[in-house]
Design a protein around this ligand. Sequence first.
Ligand code: CP
Length: 315
Amino acid sequence: MNHFISVRDVPNPDALVEESIRLKQYPFAHQNLGKNKVLGLIFFNSSLRTRMSITRAAYNLGMQVMALNVSQDSWQLEMEDGSIMNEGTVEHIREAIPVISSYCDILAVRSFPGLKDREQDYKDRLIRSFAALAGIPIINLESATLHPLQSLADLMTIRELQKTDKPKVVLSWAPHVRPLPQSVANSFAEWMIAAKMDLTITHPPGMDLSVKFTGAAPIVHQQENAFEDADFIYVKNWSSFSDYGKFANMPEWMVTQEKLALTKNARLMHCLPVRRNVVIADDVLNSSHSVVIRQAENRLFTAQAVLKKILEATQ
Ligand code: CP
């Protein structure tokens, strides 16, 4: 594996999950693999889990880590080719990316979409520019359209807890107070399909995702119907793909104990951070159904598995 930008960079997602499970058991088994190697973390947006889990993952492999919060610490970057830079932007990515990569061995980048221009966002230009200009492996820490590190941890969590060969997994839209990207939901759908899960997606009419990611997964507009016989409920808000960036707060879509009672004693998943009593009710998050902390813990070992595979491929 060279880059880790989408599920398409992973020849066998379940083999990567098995590697992650081994690392959870023996986190220091490869503590010299990354000796004298530097991981650069480039953040255009905030993070708690992604930043801390990949930092710890790198330490477990003996790597050094350098982080840059671009929007706070660095020059404002220009991305347009041919731009006359006589306004706010100070440095072009054509210089910035090769310079950053000259200090690092692997680069990991987070950059959210603007949610104004679907065509621009869905080109996923920044992460693709890093892959084109850096000359070193790139890891996606959540781009305009995808969050593959989250989905790998989600798949690991399901594999650890599933009781049947092909559990019913429901991706449920939930209310929120502002428009959010589609990246977590897009990635979750494509990783579940790659892992051959029985995936159902439920959302209100109009709050759709791109079929490029949801494929042939059934779409159900009645949340309660979708929840019937589910083994895993994955809750997430996203804004509309077709009416791009449109947001809706429908409190009746919040996940409650009553809705969970329709499932097959399902596990409750969310990528975090979660707004309590907006997205998911307190008593659901506090119950034994919730596996959100396990998901977050698994971010460490899945990030470590990705770094290990890249380090082994570039030895
Ligand atoms: N789930 C997730 O990516 O969390 P952070 O935004 O805190 O990194």
